[in-house]
Design a binder for this molecule. Sequence first.
Ligand SMILES: NC(=O)c1ccc[n+]([C@@H]2O[C@H](COP(=O)([O-])OP(=O)(O)OC[C@H]3O[C@@H](n4cnc5c(N)ncnc54)[C@H](OP(=O)(O)O)[C@@H]3O)[C@@H](O)[C@H]2O)c1
Length: 266
Amino acid sequence: MDVGFIGAGAITEAVVTGLCEARASALSILLSPRNRERSRNLSERYAAVEVAADNQQVVDRSEMVILAVRPQVAEAVLAALKFRPEQRVVSFIATLGSAEIRRRVRPALLAGRVAPVPPAAQRKGPIAMCPPNDQLAKFFDPIGTVIQVSDEAQLDAFFSVSALMAPYFELLESVSAWLRAQGVEAAQADTYTGSLFRAIAEKSTQPSGEGFAELVAEHATRAGINEQLRRELLAVGFYDQVHAGLDLIQARMQGRANYEDTLKKA
Ligand SMILES: NC(=O)c1ccc[n+]([C@@H]2O[C@H](COP(=O)([O-])OP(=O)(O)OC[C@H]3O[C@@H](n4cnc5c(N)ncnc54)[C@H](OP(=O)(O)O)[C@@H]3O)[C@@H](O)[C@H]2O)c1
């Protein structure tokens, strides 16, 4: 299949890397020239990847066009492009709803909105999509765990949760900094922190559908240090703040808030 990407940024690099490493058969990938360095690097690394002269060439030569530009430039980028009626479009753009994308890519068909994450490069992590689409699910299946939903608000919710990636690493950074402040050597602080979080994250990869309360209990020895810290974080509203933050991001996803809004105002 001929697949084109409009926008060759971080998420395109991750998805293209994952697809090429998965050796997805009979796949030919055409990238828009921006970012020039990133698209050139990908084309040098993988025989299946080629860089187009411009965005319109990507559209003209692709059966499926994946939109992966930032929402701020999407309107101008899409307004300049001519799509074909039989063409399928997939959008990675977090904050543009399907009605708006459909309008902007006419007469092409929107096959779905898809929410990949950077670990797609390592063929790991969730790939949420809406609406359910078996063909599209099969396409993304080699590079992650596909989760299909019919309700677009649920896709927005998954996108919102993916905003926890940088806050998660900020948590690791603050934990490591705290260890350094206790006199721990920097490499040991990073090693301990990374190793601990990686090991406990692995525990959550077998979903039961019953939440994670069992893992909480398993890791909270009665009257122990985990139970105490969890109790205190609950008491000061640490997790409530996470929920409030997700509400804010979800509001932004749905056009009810913007980047300038803060938790205090929300
Ligand atoms: N990063 C993620 O984890 C993630 C996950 C899911 C969905 N998404 C969505 O994917 C989209 C891209 O995110 P990203 O993180 O990959 O952003 P990014 O790294 O900033 O990539 C955006 C790319 O678009 C290019 N671009 C700008 N103007 C263009 C134009 N007129 N024509 C073609 N390309 C143009 C930029 O090129 P220059 O560098 O030359 O400006 C850049 O390479 C966003 O809408 C985001 O919501 C991102």
